[in-house]
Structure formats: C-alpha cells, structure tokens
Design a protein around this ligand. Sequence first.
Ligand code: FEO
Length: 394
Amino acid sequence: MKPRTLKDGVYWVGAIDWDRRLFDELIPLPDGTSYNAYLLIGNGGTALIDTVDPTMAKFLVDNLRELNIKHLDYIIVNHAEQDHSGTLPIILNLYPEAKVIATPRCKDMLIDLLLIPGDRVQTVSDGEKLSLGDKTLEFIHFPWVHWPETMLTYLREDAILFSCDLFGSHLATSNLYAVDEAIVFEAAKRYYAEIMMPFRLVIQRNMEKIRSLEINMIAPSHGPVYRKPNFILEAYRDWVYNPPKNLVVLPYVSMHGSTKAMVDYLVSALIDRGVGVQQFNLPKADIGKLAMALVDAATVVIGSPTVLGGPHPAAVYAAHLISALKPKIMFATIIGSYGWGTTIAQQISQILSPLKAEFLEPVLVKGYPREDTFKALDRLADEILEKHRKHGLA
Ligand code: FEO
C-alpha cells in the first residue's frame, strides 16, 4: 500500500484490510474493509485526518514515511472509535509536536478509550475553521454517525468532505474511487443498514448542515472515495427520507417443517398479490443481507416455531436485531407453529414494540398447517396489501 493522490497536497494514506471478515465481533464483512486516513499538506501547515485500525498501524506509518513527513501540525480526529483512532498513540509519539483536533466530546472519549493526554487535544466548535495556509478546514459537528462525538471535516478550497463513517462502505478494493457503482452501492447500503440506520432521524436533521455545501468529492473513513458525490447523497436521501417500499421481510426458522410450510405459502400469497418479499432462513442467513432488506421494508413477518413455550432463540435474536436497527417498518407480525402451547406472539411483539409498528394479527397453528391455516395466511397477505395500498406503497 502506497500513498495515493486525491488532489495537490491531498493524499490517501490509509490501509486496506482485505482479510477482515467480522467487525465488532458482530457484523459480517464479506468484502473486507479499509481504514481511510488522509494527509493534507498546505503551505502553512500539515494535517492528518484520522488514523487507522491499530492492527494496520504499520501501513499508515509507512505511508507517512513514504511522503517524507517529518513534521505534523495537526491530527484531526473525526471519530473516536478505535478503527480510526487506534493508531493515534503511535502517531503522537512519532510526531510529538502534533496537536489533536476533535470535538469536546471526542476529546473526552480519546482520554477514556486511548488514555491520550488531555493537553494534546485542542477542541473545535461547530463551524470552526483551521488554516493550513492555502488550505482551509471547516469542522462540522455531526453527532451520531454513529457515536455521539462525531464530526465531518470540509476542505474548502478543493470542496472535499471528509465524512467520517457517514457515507462509508466496508469494501476492500484497489480502486481509490467508487468506479463500479453497482458494487459500491451494495456495500454502502449494507454499511448504512448495519451502522447508520439506527440514527436515521438524527441524520435527517444533520443532513441540513451539508445541504448547501459545494461538494466535489466525498472521502469517507471506509471504502472508496466518491468523485460523483450525488451517487451516494441520492442513495442516502432515499434510505433516510423516503417512505418504505411495498416489501415484506420474512426472517424465519423452522425445526420440523411446519413453520416452513407456512412461510412458503405466505411468500407465494404475497407474490400473487404483487407484494415484494425477501425471505431469510435465520440459522443460515447473512444478517447483513437481512439488515439491507430492512432499509426498504414496510412490513416484517417473523416465522418461528415454539421452543420451551417461547419463540425459537434465532427468532428472538432476529427480533432484537430488527428492533435495534430501527428500520422504517410500519407493520409487523409473527407466524408459526406450536406443539401444545405458545407465547411467541406476546414475546415477539414485546421485543418489536420500540419500533411502534402496527402489530397485525398473528397466524399460529397447533401442529402442521391445514386448510384453515392457509386461509388465515391468505387473510394476512390481503391485509398487508391493503395496508401498503392505504399508505400509497402499492
Ligand atoms: Fe469506522 Fe465507527 O468506526
């Protein structure tokens, strides 16, 4: 990995992590990721924007050596999470003259998480500017993308927005820029679904802060740089602002085939009615794909058998995940079978209650589904279509 030039005096100096397959010990990374750090050299100062994951510190240090950087005035920390700040202690040792620039909340977090001495950190207020001579940095406080301390950094002269995790993608690629937009769209949507969607309403409010900015390039902390910013801005507008689509997401688990027979019937009934469906067999599903489907879904139907009187643990996990990701869903329900008694509807509706979605009448059957079960599933499919139509989605 070598430094790469974005503009005169603006370099990518980060690291590509081709092999990483799990983030936060939770999120699958099918395509790896990158930790993007950027170096800005002005005629009156030099600044590094973010560092890299500590496992890849060597690459950042080598890149700074390659550019013969002997002196660093500032290290801008847009975000305190360790995949971007974790190499900060090493860089501060290498450049003892460097001052860290961060929001006040980020300063506290750097002290807590990385034991950075407070006197090395200079806080900046929202809208504050920093001159590097012929380059001017403007700091835009943009909390909750996806931690409370985050900010974006705008390079005025080149109109480059260094957007922190916002607009990022977990995608390891040799392309510095988003060249293959279909591939980048998939990775960016997965990233939005897993990382940003829970903060959709805050992002809506804060997007106003960048609406009037001239932006030639968006340089996020993960994945390729956008030379056509509208590509990702328009995608975010859809994901963040637009109503959900005529789509049912159906995560399910089945032990002996009874719940699966109900799932198969309902999926077919929905397709017959022109309602889109995405079905996920939970024990084998990629939860990233499930999260992506939730970006657009108007309705979630969870399929679960009854285990020890309650939902199957895989269904409980899915319900908790859906609740935590806070998608735009408007309707939810559960279908499934039981042997002798069940509380799955109560338990799943309780887990999903923070979403404030309307809970439709569940379809539960004792044993294997029969004619009346399939009629009930037809009724459910009719109801979903009617609800989607009523809200202008179908
Ligand atoms: Fe990529 Fe929130 O760190």
